[in-house]
Write a protein of this length. Structure first.
Length: 370
């Protein structure tokens, strides 16, 4: 058996460029929509309000404490003694991503398989649910944690928090503007002559929906980009693809499997905060490059010279000037985590078991989630 140990960097760079372009366009579109809504709401005064709100939001986003968010989920910080596989993988990923500080690892008492990241590059945390740690193999867990590390490295937490605030303020101004217009209708009915600004009314009506669609499109773009970043960090697109597939199956509800054995109809793409799993897996597998025999991936194997190969399929870089070890096995070996028994869960025991009561906030999709 052989497994992919290199990434098609040409495909990766093309997708990364497209994702960055989409991110800037969607972000600019959200800000433009906010400006148009502010103008329709209160003219130049509304634009001033929007500018003040934007400045305050950027200041506030950087001061949200990861611990404050994690406490709402009853998350418990774990170390090498509690969760050796996860702790070592996070350390190795942080080194490869060149983060200034290793993100803290937390476990949430939940039966749902999920993970998310909070914080900044220099003060971040990654939370995984107890069910995720007990159901994914070390290889799959590495893909999930690499995805979250990629979110942190690209400052996606800050990007999506700011986008959420812009969308909320757009909806707020739209609601206030429409209520103001509604109350003014009583004046029109009382005999006061006035001209209804129909263009402004249409803008205020459409703004919340358009803003929400832009925010979800931005979220899907950042998820795709985090997948690409995870593949580069681990050198193993199949690990994350396998985890995504397993998570998709686990999220199917019992009543859906009984009533709709062939599967439920998926939500339209434009109404999803995350891309379809099939699309994510297809993009990951498109990154796979040349294959190297397993003999090169033995435990403790030194970095060997690269064999000649097409320029678009070099071995993937950990950071400028160096290269990763050989694929999935090399990554797991670098993290000092046993790879031989790949079918065994990353954690054999419950790290932070559900106590019978639900967390104050249930773990569901939203924000920067995997």
């Amino acid at each position: 058996m052989s497994e992919p140990h290199s990434i098609n960097l040409f495909e990766h760079r093309r997708n990364r460029t497209l994702n960055m372009l989409q991110t800037w366009l969607l972000g600019a579109g959200s800000l433009l929509l906010l400006g148009i809504t502010a103008w329709a709401f209160a003219g130049s005064t509304g634009l001033l309000y929007a500018l003040i709100f934007g400045a305050v939001s950027m200041w506030a986003v950087r001061r949200i404490s990861p611990q404050m968010v994690l406490s709402m989920y009853k998350a418990r910080q774990v170390g090498a003694a509690d969760f050796p596989a996860g702790f070592r993988i996070v350390e190795e990923l942080a080194r490869r991503a060149e983060l200034p500080a290793v993100p803290k690892l937390y476990v949430i008492p939940s039966k749902m398989m999920n993970a998310f990241a909070v914080g900044r590059r220099d003060d971040a945390a990654i939370a995984v649910t107890d069910a995720l740690a007990r159901n994914l193999t070390p290889r799959e867990l590495a893909g999930v944690l690499a995805h979250e590390i990629s979110h942190i490295a690209h400052e996606d937490v800050k990007v999506m928090a700011f986008a959420d605030m812009v969308s909320r303020f757009t909806s707020f101004m739209s609601t206030v503007g429409l209520f103001s217009l509604f109350f003014n209708l009583f004046g029109f009915a009382g005999g006061f002559r006035a001209q209804v600004p129909w263009l402004a009314v249409l803008v205020l009506l459409a703004a919340p929906t358009v803003g929400g669609l832009l925010q979800m499109a931005l979220s899907r773009t950042r998820e795709f980009d985090a997948d690409l970043g995870a593949a580069v960090l681990t050198g193993d697109p199949d690990g994350l693809a396998s985890a995504l597939t397993k998570l998709e199956r686990a999220q199917g509800k019992l009543w859906e499997n009984i009533i709709l054995p062939s599967g439920r109809i998926p939500d339209p793409s434009v109404l999803r905060s995350h891309p379809l799993t099939a699309d994510r897996v297809a993009r990951l597998r498109a990154l796979k490059g040349a294959e190297v025999a397993d003999e090169l991936a033995v435990a403790g194997a030194p970095d060997l010279p690269r064999a000649p190969r097409p320029s678009m399929i070099p071995k993937i870089r950990a950071h400028p000037g160096t290269y990763l070890p050989h694929g999935a096995r090399g990554f797991i070996n670098a993290a000092n985590t046993d790879f031989a028994d790949d079918t065994r869960p990353a954690s054999d025991i419950s790290i932070n078991p559900p106590d019978g009561g639900r967390p104050r906030i249930r773990v569901t999709r939203g924000g920067v989630w995997w």
